[in-house]
Design a protein around this ligand. Sequence first.
Ligand SMILES: NC(=O)C1=CN([C@@H]2O[C@H](COP(=O)(O)OP(=O)(O)OC[C@H]3O[C@@H](n4cnc5c(N)ncnc54)[C@H](O)[C@@H]3O)[C@@H](O)[C@H]2O)C=CC1
Ligand SMILES: O=C([O-])CC(=O)C(=O)O
Length: 329
Amino acid sequence: MTQAPVNVTVTGAAGQIGYALLFRIASGQLLGQDTPVRLRLLEIPQAVKAAEGTALELEDCAFPLLSGIDIFDDAKKAFDGVNVGLLVGARPRSKGMERGDLLEANGGIFKPQGEAINAGAADDVKVLVVGNPANTNALIAQAHAPDVPKERFTAMTRLDHNRAAAQLAAKLGVGVADIRKLTIWGNHSATQYPDIFHAEVGGKNAAEAVGDQKWLEDEFIPRVAKRGAEIIEARGASSAASAANAAIDHVYDWVNGTAEGDWVSMGIPSDGSYGVPEGIISSFPVTTKNGKYEIVEGLEINEFSRGKIDASVQELTDERDTVKQLGLI
Ligand SMILES: NC(=O)C1=CN([C@@H]2O[C@H](COP(=O)(O)OP(=O)(O)OC[C@H]3O[C@@H](n4cnc5c(N)ncnc54)[C@H](O)[C@@H]3O)[C@@H](O)[C@H]2O)C=CC1
Ligand SMILES: O=C([O-])CC(=O)C(=O)O
């Protein structure tokens, strides 16, 4: 029954998401209870000691599925043999800081990491970029890993998806488990579009069940899209445990498949579906099976949704153009 351990590389391992994430990976929640994992942690030199401290705690948990922990300050070593790469390390947005300001600073992180993945990753590598601006950071890493199939680079919009499910469930007075087929479109930013027009609640159309366009426009969409800022305002730090939870959900579903009759949201390289320019990393509704994802095709997009999707996609093409001008892709 025992299979070889899966190499999971986590960057930013000493950060706040890292601390919320590593114990869950080691306990089997990322890949499943039959899959041993070997953790490969990447940090900047100043934070290696803190990562070592976390490693001591991981050891003290005596997780049966954790077959080893290695800590690096060199991306080439950290990504050698990587099967699942969680690219978390980045500079988090602080109060009042625009996400656009982060593009240049983070570009310098994701280029060498893309190169390291290209040089050393296992053939089946799957990459999830969490560090913001996640979609464009994923694009940068992908651009520097020409030997890795492009579709293996994904960005996290699952936290937005989960936030939307929670808000919709609260509005309708149902449990989150009753909500199906929500979609986050576009960028993991305030322009994202959480779409309930195809969502279902207890088998009925969610937009019809809500029946309140004003709530949708004035409360639901802005609340979900600006939830990151709301959390920063409340905690004085950005979402950590909920972000780690979403990363677990993203990879778990990618590897193990989505439930019949449902889908999830992932930031993935566009194939041109739904008028989203090919190549940019944008959030779509996807189903997953046997370790592969597929865009849910054929959804009817109403005029309201079209405008919202286009606005977020425009932001993504602008970000792409900026990093192109900066020579990062
Ligand atoms: N996509 C999403 O839904 C979400 C994304 N985020 C983003 O996740 C990122 C991480 O957030 P936190 O853990 O809260 O930040 P943090 O500041 O607590 O931790 C970041 C860690 O990354 C490390 N790091 C910096 N450069 C690195 C490099 N080149 N290689 C390896 N490690 C490096 C730092 O030393 C630090 O330990 C931020 O960019 C944040 O904005 C946060 C929440 C949700
Ligand atoms: O806004 C941030 O920096 C953190 C984030 O991405 C989120 O909570 O969605």
